[in-house]
Design a protein around this ligand. Sequence first.
Ligand code: PEP
Ligand code: MG
Length: 581
Amino acid sequence: MLELQGIAVSPGVAIGKVLILDREGYRITRSQIDSSDCQNETQRLRAAIAEASTRLDEHRQRSTETIGEQVGAIFSAHQQLLLDPSLQRDWLQLITDRCYSAEFAVSSVLSRYAQAFRQMGSETMRERASDIRDVERTLLEALGGAPMQVTGGDGQSVLLSHDLTPSETAKLDREKIIGFCTEVGGPSGHTAIVARGLELPAVVGVGMFLHRIESDAEIIVDGFRGRVILQPDPATVERYQQRMQARVSSARKLTKIRDLPAVTQDGTQVRLMANIEFPIEVAACLDRGAEGVGLYRTEFLYLGATSEPTEEEQYQSYRQVVQAMRGKPVVMRTLDLGADKVGAISLIEPENNPFLGLRSIRLSLRQPKLFRTQLRAMLRAASAGDLRIMFPMITTLHELRTARMVLRQVTDDLREEGVELPDKIQVGMMVEVPAAVLMLDHFIDEVDFISIGTNDLIQYTMAVDRGNEHVADLYAGHDPAVLRLIKQSVDIAIQNNVDVSVCGEMGSTPSTALMLVGIGVRSLSAPPASLPRVKQALRAVNIEDCQQLAERVFQFTTAREVDAYLQSRFAELLPEMALGV
Ligand code: PEP
Ligand code: MG
């Protein structure tokens, strides 16, 4: 039995069989071999190198004839790389010294090289990284591998990978993959968010461990505690199975409060809404008693697509969500592409600091056609229910005004075309950049609502990449600096009679949700699966309890003190729930 610790990002437990995905999406059937097989394995690799070299030669000839010498030369360069003696030495050494399988040796060495080139920054070097990736693919194919559909698996499979992008995660088939675990990744990256949306137990940021693992080995992924247990002993499996059963029965109890309001004992009402990424999640929203969709991350339609979704395709998805919510509010956020949300369609050049780069509203404003097409689709879907439009990552007043101006133009165009639109559509902005909080008293007159995106607000306040496991300990939502910014935003919204909600993941933890309500928040939006427990907590306390939590947290000066206090006070207020956390 081998136990590893990572970062828990999506609650739940998966007990199944290991399925390893290499860094470029190829399935690696075995990572290690018996020491007695090393000789055969080196021969297998040599044969594959020869075969890959022949294939590259064929490609070179064909391309030279059909496209020209320049393209043919690319395959020559690949062939040279493949036959590089120092690379071959590294591969063979991993097989003989560490008993790596040929595939795993190839993938480990080439990924390391590709990574080194990728980090060099210049465009030429990054292209070199893609060449290395191509050679890896050719060689893995010669070893008998095929690109794995991330949809592979057999209903028992726990996917292990160096990394998974949000779009790869979005394509996982829940019928086949029951959980996943990655070597890298931070607590609040979008991969984590998608995992929660899909309700797939997940642990990320475990560190380099894939080389220690056999495909098909038994594994437990504990998405509550961030633990990964390999080859668990029978007693551990049984303990986990019992916990899973207890969870199922407590979830069943929670369905009883599904249709009851989220109201404190003494009558303070809170609106609990859901965050979704795909129209299909609407079922989970209704099932968990959501009073609306507080955040629809519309960019996921782009992330899963290989060509740009048309206006009609977008319209159909939006309409489906609005209709299914039967008159309940649906807050649609305009595209928040970029940073870690990059799919197969390339809209931006690679950037050195993508979270500080051309992402989100900045990208939409630079690509008016993209933006207008989406706004047209949204406005057309608005007549199907209560659709509200929200702009992400607003940092300056100029951005907000420009976005609103484009929206007005698109509205006028549609009216001229005779499309029926509601008289008034609410328009809001996300507050997720400290600059927006500092200037909120000016923004507030120009919006109908604000929604605090704590995931990014924490990232930009603490200067911590939300998807980086190396600084995960610094990504602290309870840091007093973050709490002050949240309170400042809520106070300004209340003073100006503007609706305020929190749609970052902070609202999904019951104790933090109570504190936010104490600060004055009356609307929370969180992943559907988290809503029942938040409601259970709210229904068990008085508003004064929440206010006391909020007052007390502002007396601390570190996130650690705030954490400790919230946990202990929550345990006093709701001992049964605290035990189940
Ligand atoms: C946020 O930043 O808090 C948010 C809700 O948006 P996203 O997680 O999609 O960046
Ligand atoms: Mg955000």
